[in-house]
Design a binder for this molecule. Sequence first.
Ligand code: SF4
Ligand SMILES: [Zn+2]
Length: 490
Amino acid sequence: MSKLRSAMQKGKRSTLTMAETTKTPRKRTKEAVKKEEPTNPCTPTTYHTFHEPASVLQIQKKLLNWYDKEKRELPWRTVVKMTFILHKPDVNIRTYAVWVSEIMLQQTQVATVIEYYNRWMKRWPTVQDLAAASLEEVNKMWAGLGYYSRGRRLHEGAQKVVTEMEGQMPRTVDSLLKQLPGVGRYTAGAIGSIALGEVSGVVDGNVIRVLCRLRAIGADSTSSAVTEALWTLANTVVDPERPGEFNQALMELGARVCTPKAALCGQCPLKTHCHSYRKSPSTQGDIEDCPTPASCTLCPTEPWLDDLGVHNFPRKPAKKAPRVEQTLTCVARRPSEDGEDEYLLTQRPNKGLLAGMWEFPSLLLDEENSKVKQKGALCAEVGRILGVEVNKDLLSYVGEVVHIFSHIHQTYIVYSVSVEDEHATEETQSEKLQWLTRPALLEAAVSTGLKKVCLHHCYISYRSSCHSTPSSRPQRKHETLFHKDVQISA
Ligand code: SF4
Ligand SMILES: [Zn+2]
């Protein structure tokens, strides 16, 4: 029995330190802690913790009440609910459904994920269905969602579940963590609590913000001291009876109320428990501070600024500037039998950035080169792919397209060439090379960056073909549409 639970059941104030509460309390009951004395003086070890069981109970109750009234209906929540309501408590379906949603939600906003999630679940409603799909189909389905390795890992994980685990999804946080590729501490906690009812906290970006503000943690939120403290807090505060909903409530509070730049403290169900809210000048004091800020690994090293209020927390180190890269890329096209242009695509290697995705023939530009050298290198590359000689005088410069990946500021220097060599156009589809029409290309497993290049190329071609009537109305309308397309896919 954990010390925390023991203290709660005896109705005594818990005086556990952070380290002692690291293990998740698994069977706390609310009745056991109702008799707790509600207030205790703050000590150096407790200022940044949830050290009062009665206060933890209040936080759980208030947050879940708020969530029950305010939660958004989201497709993955509906799946979880339906597996219970329909008396089909299929734990495999539930765990798989939550796993897919959690992987899609890593680094991507809820609004964007919904459509992808619905399409995915319609096509692959079970882990067995996903395992039977090809990686090409998965990449195609994932196209536009970014961070493409996530889809690949889901696919790998599904195949592992089917071939090595008899089709049974893992049943605990630990086994989720150990057995599924791409599942880290947060994702395992989220799937375990939401789908399996495991009493495990979660720490993601929203939770970091809420907990740092609640407990006035202002040291670098990426430091190991703060990370461990946050996991301890999350595991301490999670509701043992409704862990999945509690975790979702904490994340939803961070997304909708305790937001990065404009926290709505007035509407927050936890404001009376929030150290940073109480420190803010608008609350007229009731100011409580860490008793040992100079030696504390969780206190900020910079002074509190009244103007920022609760937004003083959390603090992160400055973001690393993205790496700057330039890539030469060639839009090679040929007329198809029905007269529509087809574009040459090659497949990227199966590892690394955009693994297995399709792209125009490209070369990373690693040093300053003249345009003549650029064209020569790109011609050689296109010629190598097609097995023919490509005359560099046939290449024309299209322009530059910028695309920002999470860590790369990429500029595509775009050329185009019309391929008319009989031998080259005879080249048929192969695993690493294919010719696609523009509509087919936009539906294929290609990145958003490539779609931008394609649309830019079409726009420039269209504009040059309409050069004689530059200010006509229909053309202006068309230009706007092209620009809109390019912006949408950014
Ligand atoms: S009171 Fe304000 S800062 Fe504190 S948790 Fe609520 S929204 Fe966040
Ligand atoms: Zn401190």
